[in-house]
Design a protein around this ligand. Structure first.
Ligand SMILES: Nc1nc2c(c(=O)[nH]1)N[C@H]1C(S)=C(S)[C@@H](COP(=O)(O)OP(=O)(O)OC[C@H]3O[C@@H](n4cnc5c(=O)[nH]c(N)nc54)[C@H](O)[C@@H]3O)O[C@H]1N2
Ligand SMILES: Nc1nc2c(c(=O)[nH]1)N[C@H]1C(S)=C(S)[C@@H](COP(=O)(O)OP(=O)(O)OC[C@H]3O[C@@H](n4cnc5c(=O)[nH]c(N)nc54)[C@H](O)[C@@H]3O)O[C@H]1N2
Ligand code: SF4
Ligand SMILES: [Mo]
Length: 696
């Protein structure tokens, strides 16, 4: 019997980052605990991270490659699996060109560098991620507006925090882990919460603005209105560092009087005024934004308006405001991904690229044009796919279309831990390693200024970490890669002067953080200023100044439809236990949350004869599904908040009940409902109706 060995590593059961000590005995991880020395999490961990042992050693986990023969999965070797992929991809390339292959991943999983490199060296511009509606759209809009992604600077004691459509208590997303928020609040920071649902933060807040979902861009412009009217702006900053102040002021004064903003957002105008005043007069003040504002057609304009707020109040790149962080000296994803290898000719072929120019600039497609190409062969055929770490039939808008498109491919390979409803549509299954099974320079995609050493604790079955899957498949396709995963890490680390072995010992690197960098170098935009008037959008023939566009399907823009579907469906409320479609098979987590929940106001429930715990049909113009009712007085009676990405691993048929409670059957991906430059889909702002499920 071996002694217990402790491996210091980094979790990635969500977007990752928490420091972990994995206890390994006889080659098995027997438990994990928080690493008190982690600069990110200081010893804390959440339910999902702590459950990794139940996931990694789950009896349903697939531990070897498989192929489907006559509808039945059959174990095969890695050689056969990879050779089959090479053969099928080569056939498609010869007949249709590399653009006939779509490669896809889901949310940020720390293999973007390898994923993108694989796609670029393959020569396909058709890369889909979740980025069009999550994070990349915020980054894209930030890059064209101020040259980097601002993050609330908890490290430097903000005196006022605006929690804007984010719930980090449950989600710990992107740059943020909850612990630092607490320190700031304990130190007396004021709190403004902008959220349609009375969240934990709303209860703690000095001001809670219970906003109509999807109207955040109007709210931001309302804040600007107050700041302009009351002259609460930083004149010095505006004079030297802002592009387009006059035309912006003109728009705000003409189009966004506070009573109009109140009408759009459903929030009392005096409350908006007081909150805006508190934000603009408390220094420093940081805005902490979430994903929800990206999931409608105002995604780009919202982000740009809010960067405008940070800028005109002098909080952008100010300590304790919204930091523009300095990266540690390691190669970034873009350098690693060999993006220059994709020829201009191939880039031009990116599906939807002409329309969604911001998505194309971020080197991705929005998925809808890809589904269209698969289903219609237009503008050219897409015949094969490789999906890694994503379950689009539960997570992408208009799920029935996604299901149909993926089912129509001549060849699909999926890499995952489990046979999900998406993986069941594949011809080849590639078994991926969890974060316990990988070596990596982690968190390199984030804007928090750190990179972290994720160190392999164990190997399980024949699973490979995804990085190795991309490398080995790439090499067989004739691509240039390194011999081993660790050799590639040496390349990433090279500018830091550290080897992988040395980096493992150090544990993390932190870029040297400084405020007010723009005073020396300006902002990294074409004018060197914060572009409230965007010269890039102007070049693309788009409105260069932010505005609010009414949601395509809403009580205001489609009043006739609203008679049949009177509620605003806000879909995608996170839970502390699940990560999108993941974890439904994990006993500790499913026990806490056995069923999908939709939240509604008690008055709304009463109107429909619905009681707590009843199963409820939720119906939109695109279909109907069922979830269980949870009454919540903290929700507007006109809004329904429902969970997303539900499927039932315990249903053993190949579709695993993917369409029973899957809210994305109801969501819309029509071009009219998406952001015009990013293609962000409407997930939080549809119309729906509800009724009690009589057959349950
Ligand atoms: N209606 C609605 N839909 C939404 C949202 C919403 O708010 N509302 N949110 C959207 C957002 S923000 C996002 S980011 C997307 C997420 O969309 P996805 O990324 O597609 O969703 P997940 O369920 O996280 O990922 C799917 C699979 O990845 C596997 N997986 C996890 N880690 C790894 C790994 O390291 N390697 C491999 N190979 N597989 C792994 C899991 O087992 C799971 O089966 O969903 C979106 N969908
Ligand atoms: N446990 C868990 N953690 C996760 C995930 C998960 O699935 N589970 N997913 C990860 C991913 S990929 C992402 S993108 C992040 C997202 O993390 P967050 O950005 O925190 O997103 P949500 O939790 O969906 O919503 C945050 C808050 O926004 C409110 N909200 C909903 N609609 C609107 C709106 O239109 N405007 C405003 N102002 N507020 C609104 C909701 O009521 C909620 O309180 O979480 C990540 N972390
Ligand atoms: S918050 Fe995320 S990184 Fe931290 S323990 Fe939970 S799942 Fe892991
Ligand atoms: Mo996301």
């Amino acid at each position: 019997m071996e002694e217990v060995k402790k491996v210091r590593t980094v979790c990635r059961s969500c977007h990752g980052g928490c420091g972990v000590i994995a206890h390994v005995k006889d080659g098995v991880v027997i438990k994990v605990e928080g690493d008190p020395d982690s600069p990110i999490s200081h010893g804390t961990m959440c339910t999902k991270g702590l459950s990794i042992t139940q996931l990694a050693y789950h009896p349903d986990r697939v531990l070897h490659p498989m192929k489907k023969s006559d509808g039945v999965w059959e174990r095969i070797s890695w050689n056969e699996a990879l050779d089959t992929c090479v053969e099928k991809f080569t056939q498609v390339i010869e007949k249709y060109g590399p653009e006939g292959i779509v490669i896809g991943q889901g949310t940020g999983r720390d293999y973007e560098s390898h994923f993108s490199r694989f796609g670029n060296l393959l020569g396909t511009p058709n890369i889909i991620t979740a980025g069009h509606m999550c994070y990349l759209s915020r980054i894209g809009a930030s890059l064209i507006t101020c040259g980097s992604l601002p993050a609330c600077d908890y490290e430097n004691n903000p005196k006022c925090i605006v929690m804007w459509g984010c719930n980090p208590l449950w989600t710990n997303p992107d740059e943020y882990k909850g612990a630092k928020f607490w320190d700031a609040l304990d130190a007396g920071a004021k709190l403004i919460c902008i959220d349609p649902r009375r969240s934990f933060y709303a209860e703690k807040a000095d001001f809670w603005l219970q906003i109509r979902p999807g109207t955040d861009a109007a709210m931001a412009l309302g804040f600007h209105r107050v700041i302009i009217e009351e002259e609460l702006y930083d004149k010095e900053f505006i004079e030297h560092h802002l592009n387009g102040w006059e035309p912006f002021v003109e728009r705000v004064m003409n189009d966004y009087p506070l009573d109009r903003v109140a009408e759009i957002t459903w929030v009392d105008q005096e409350l908006i005024r007081e909150a805006a005043r508190l934000y603009a007069t408390t220094k420093p003040a940081g805005i902490h934004w979430g994903v929800t504002t990206e999931q409608n057609l105002n995604a780009t304009d919202y982000t740009r308006s809010v960067i405008g707020l940070m800028a005109v109040t002098g909080n952008l790149d100010a300590p304790g405001g919204n930091a523009l962080r300095v990266r540690p000296p390691v190669r970034n994803i873009s350098e690693f991904s060999a993006h220059t290898e994709l020829s201009p000719e191939q880039r031009k072929k990116r599906l939807g690229g002409e329309q969604y120019k911001l998505a194309a600039r971020m080197t991705i497609c929005t998925p809808k044009p890809v589904w269209d190409a698969i289903l219609t062969g237009k503008p050219y055929p897409v015949k094969a796919g490789l999906l890694v770490g994503t379950n689009p039939v539960t997570t992408r808008a208009n799920a029935r279309e996604v299901y149909k498109a993926l089912s129509s491919l001549d060849f699909l390979a999926v890499a995952d831990f489990f046979l999900t409803p998406t993986a069941e549509l594949a011809h080849i299954f590639l078994p991926s390693g969890t974060w316990l099974e990988q070596n990596h320079v982690a968190d390199n995609w984030k804007f928090h200024g750190y990179v972290l050493a994720r160190v392999k604790a164990v190997e399980i079955g024949e699973c490979w970490q995804d990085h190795k899957i991309f490398m080995e498949l790439g090499k067989r396709m004739g691509q240039q890669w390194w011999d081993t995963v660790e050799d590639a890490l040496e390349y990433t680390l090279e500018p830091s002067g550290l080897t992988w072995e040395e980096f493992k010992k150090v544990g993390y690197l932190h870029g040297e953080q400084r405020g007010y960098k723009y005073r020396e170098k300006g902002f990294r935009t074409p004018t060197g200023k914060v572009e409230l008037y965007s010269t890039i959008l102007e070049k693309w023939g788009r409105d260069p100044i932010p505005k609010y566009t009414e949601i395509t399907e809403s009580p205001f823009s489609t009043p006739e439809l609203a008679k049949k579907y009177p509620y605003v469906l806000n879909s995608g409320l996170r839970t502390a236990t699940f990560f999108h479609s993941a974890n439904r098979q994990i006993p500790w987590l499913r026990e806490i949350r056995p069923d999908p929940l939709m939240e509604l106001h008690p008055d709304t429930a009463e109107k429909h004869g619905i009681q707590e715990g009843d199963w409820v049909w939720i119906e939109s113009p695109r279909g109907r599904i069922k979830q269980r009712a949870k009454l919540n007085e903290g929700i507007d009676p006109r809004v329904i908040a429902a969970e997303h990405a539900w499927w039932y691993p315990e249903i053993r048929s190949p579709d695993h009940g993917w369409d029973v409670s899957n809210i994305n059957i109801l969501t819309d991906n029509s071009p009219e409902s998406t952001d015009p430059v990013m293609g962000s889909t409407s997930l939080r702002v549809l119309l729906c109706n509800i009724s009690r499920c009589e057959d349950e």
